[in-house]
Write a protein that binds this ligand. Structure first.
Ligand SMILES: [Zn+2]
Ligand SMILES: [Zn+2]
Length: 804
């Protein structure tokens, strides 16, 4: 190291943009600069973090290198700009107060799971936060769910009503402390309090965690206030409790998620590979959908409920990776049949708040943790509302007095081909932006779809995708859509000038867009948006052959699409092929009753002479003829090319599902039933014309023939999946020949089906295609807003108007 002359001091003015507030960035800068003997100051402003640093050129260089390399774990640096300045000859290094003036560009960070340092303190009897249910620091804890405004400072959060005690205040203002400027900092003396209350809100005696665990042990249903909303919990091994919860929640079949204390327990229940382990233990702590161990036994007739195996309360949780609270080796803890009936997969998550950690340690067994709502309502997050809505479901409430500002559901992911693939992007991910390729010319609002709604605000390269809003037909959900847009607009200082929307005139999101004044509008066809969301997810612009398979989407011709082959880029698309349309007898009734789709498809497959020996015909004999009449006459029976309805039809033909209780159930159970070892495939004809027509009815007929000859349903289900994948590949091959495009993007809710997705990707790769699939953006309608935003941005660069 060479010596610098004393007068060789240099000064740099540094600006850091990205997720740099509320993540310990200023203390990190302070520590770094102090260690290197540099002078200057650091502060937050509405644009991010600014640093003025001066010292020797070597010192300043070392500082600039380490600034990005060693940034704190929750920080996400977008851009660092460095300008030379004139040394001021200042002495020390200081942290200055937030400056609320200027344009708002700072990014708020997502909520993060309790970090290892906090875990260690939580378990340490000598620590002043031993057992404190709200322990957090600059590296972990609540963020997005408590932020009311920017800049991210305590008065702008729901912690504003908790004045710090002297000990917390000292840590908060000590640059050397891990909690320096940790906005949600608190302790036993000054922070939120945990309470256990009855269904009238009256306090129950005793230690809240211990009493809550006792209630669960006795088969009770417990409501727990989490980070982004209320959950309902029962012991995962308790069939009585699990079926009680189902009955009270009016949730008949949809699987519950299970919270397990650690990866070891997860691995005892499900197959956990490296990707899954990383998802489970990551800061976002999503629900991870995983293949269950011993799934083959699921199809035996329901046996007696497993004996509840009382286990002693586990020891206190240690920092991970550490010893499991369970005695090793970990045995497979029983999961009650009602938790995920007939499902080969299980949604698992690890504790992400100190309350969860304390409760699981006290109880010693995994718990069901499902959203606190009745049936399809949005998850409760407001205390009074939760008590009102959940009092008929929960026997007691484990609550606290830190308000949740934004309702945020758990995220849902799954491993696919060695990567984490996001199915619901919410808590732990929001509001981290999705990066678009080239920047948008103007601020954009994309209003998203009707079901699984998210909206998206674009500013420059950043697409701020909202938390999972839900199904807009519900008043409460529609309200959070509107207030959510308002909140994001404020948080990111985006005033949309261009608004993208679906073409469906009845979507409430479309109506919202059309009612906005003083903005330009651009309509994006539903399946074009799906393909564009996949392109944006992969940082590509197309053109691609887009295969969009989903439930229902409004077509550019006013009919209902859903089994589409598009030649698409971010600006526009051409419909080159689709499933041959069949009527949906009774309209929306056909969505709830898949047997109606079986009737329509069998009618098409057999030219009006469907074999009467099929069980599905017998089971629905009373209404069968009427439904056929409806469909043939086109009375309240809109034609659709939907792939989702094709899967429904086959599910009914196999006798799996004549009616459903949740969206996509028939297709989910068809996939679950398929024998993965079966390689046979049904063959569907493709008729060549100006537009390719894929005969989905061929697949239904082949399935019906196999059912009639007594072929095992698991084999039929597999041959159908293989046949669907095969016809996708053959259609893409024809389109490659005609278009010269050899990249395929797969999108739409039907591709949540891993068997179909895996077979399709395999077939396309074998045929020499490059295949794009979803990673960070959901393949279902939760990704539509991102696709709309990407299309709007691309059109705005070219000044092109909408689809259709
Ligand atoms: Zn921490
Ligand atoms: Zn305190």
């Amino acid at each position: 190291m060479h010596t610098e002359p004393l007068d060789g001091r240099i000064r740099r003015d540094v600006r850091v943009e990205g997720v740099v507030q509320g993540v310990g960035f200023r203390p990190f800068v302070y520590g770094l600069a102090t260690r290197l003997g540099l002078a200057g100051r650091v502060g937050n402003d509405a644009g991010g973090v600014f640093v003025e640093v001066e010292g020797t050129p070597a010192g300043v260089d070392a500082f600039l290198t380490a600034l990005e390399r060693d940034a704190p774990p929750l920080a996400e640096i977008e851009r660092v700009t460095v300008r030379a300045g004139k040394p001021a000859g200042a002495g020390g290094f200081t942290i200055v107060d937030s400056d609320g003036s200027g344009p708002r560009r700072a990014l708020v960070s997502p909520d993060g799971a309790t970090c290892d340092d906090c875990l260690a303190e939580l378990a340490d009897p000598a620590d002043r936060r031993f057992g404190y249910p709200f322990i957090n620091c600059t590296n972990c804890g609540p963020r997005f769910t408590i932020v009311r405004d920017v800049p991210y400072d305590r008065p702008n959060t729901t912690m504003a009503t908790f004045p710090m005690c002297p000990a917390c205040a000292a840590e908060y203002s000590d640059p050397a402390d891990r909690r320096f400027h940790a906005q949600p900092i608190s302790c036993w003396d000054c922070g939120p309090r945990l309470r256990l209350v009855d269904s009238h809100g009256a306090d129950l005696p005793g230690d809240p965690v211990r009493e809550a665990a006792a209630l669960l042990r006795g088969s009770g249903v417990l409501a727990i206030k989490g980070l982004g909303g209320y959950h309902l919990a029962v012991r995962a091994d308790d069939e009585v409790a699990a079926s009680t919860l189902r009955a009270r929640k009016h949730r008949e079949d949809k699987p519950f998620a299970v919270m397990v204390p650690d990866v070891e327990t997860a691995a005892a229940l499900c197959e956990v590979d490296e990707t899954a382990a990383a998802s489970l233990t990551g800061r976002a702590r999503p629900i991870v959908l995983l293949p269950r161990r011993g799934a083959a036994t699921l199809w035996s007739p329901a046996g007696p409920s497993p004996e509840p195996s009382p286990q002693p309360p586990g020891p206190f949780p240690g920092p991970s990776p550490g010893p499991s609270p369970f005695a090793e080796p970990v045995e497979r803890p029983p999961v009650a049949p009602s938790v995920a009936p007939g499902n080969r997969r299980l949604g698992l998550m690890l504790p992400y708040t100190p309350v969860h950690l304390l409760l699981l340690a006290e109880l010693g067994v995994p718990i069901v943790l499902t959203s606190g709502n009745v049936s399809d309502e949005p998850i409760a997050y407001d205390d009074a509302d939760a008590l009102g809505r959940l009092s008929g479901i929960a026997d007691a409430f484990l609550v606290h007095d830190r308000p949740i500002h934004i309702r945020t559901d758990d995220s849902v992911v799954r491993p696919f081909l060695g990567r984490e693939s996001v199915l619901r992007r919410s808590r732990g991910h929001v509001p981290d932006p999705v990066r678009l390729g080239p920047p948008a010319r103007r601020p954009i609002l994309a209003c998203g779809a009707e079901l699984k709604n998210t909206f998206c605000l674009v500013k420059g390269r950043h697409a701020f995708v909202s938390h999972h809003i839900g199904d807009l037909e519900n008043y409460e959900t529609m309200r959070s859509f509107v207030t959510g847009i308002d909140h994001f607009t404020k948080l990111f200082d985006v005033r949309p000038e261009l608004v993208a929307h679906d073409l469906h005139p009845e979507y409430l999101s479309t109506k919202h867009a059309l009612e906005m004044t003083g903005v330009d509008l651009t309509g994006v066809q539903h399946h074009h948006a799906h393909i564009a969301s996949c392109l944006a997810d992969n940082g590509e612009a197309g053109p691609v052959l887009g295969v969009a398979f989903d439930g229902l989407g409004y077509g550019a011709d006013g009919t209902i699409w859903g089994g589409e082959f598009l030649l698409a880029d971010l600006v526009s698309f051409e419909r080159l092929g689709h499933l041959a349309p069949v009527p949906m007898p009774g309209g929306t009734a056909a969505i709830r009753q898949p047997w109606r789709m079986a009737a329509a498809y069998l009618d098409a497959a057999y030219g009006g002479r469907a074999p009467q020996g099929l069980d599905v015909v017998r089971r629905n004999q009373a209404a069968w003829a009427d439904v056929l009449t409806l469909g043939r006459a086109g009375l309240n029976s809109p034609p659709t090319s939907s792939a989702g309805r094709l899967f429904d039809a086959v599910s009914a033909v196999l006798g799996l599902r004549d009616t459903i209780t949740y969206e996509g159930q028939a297709a989910v159970e068809l996939e679950q039933r398929a024998d993965p070892a079966e390689r046979g495939a049904y063959r569907a004809a493709i008729s060549h014309g100006r537009v390719l027509l894929v005969a989905g009815a061929d697949l239904v007929r082949a399935a019906a023939e196999d059912v009639l000859t007594g072929v095992e349903p698991g084999v039929v289900a597999a041959r159908f999946h293989n046949g669907a994948a095969d016809v996708i590949v053959r259609t893409c091959e024809i389109l490659r020949d005609s278009s010269g495009v050899s990249v395929v993007a797969l999108s739409g809710g039907v591709f949540q089906n891993l068997l179909l997705l895996g077979r399709t990707v395999g077939g396309l790769n074998a045929s020499g295609f490059r295949v794009l699939t979803h990673v960070r953006v959901p393949t279902n309608d939760g990704g539509i807003s991102v696709g709309q935003a990407a299309v709007a941005a691309a059109r705005d660069r070219l000044a092109v108007t909408g689809d259709g």
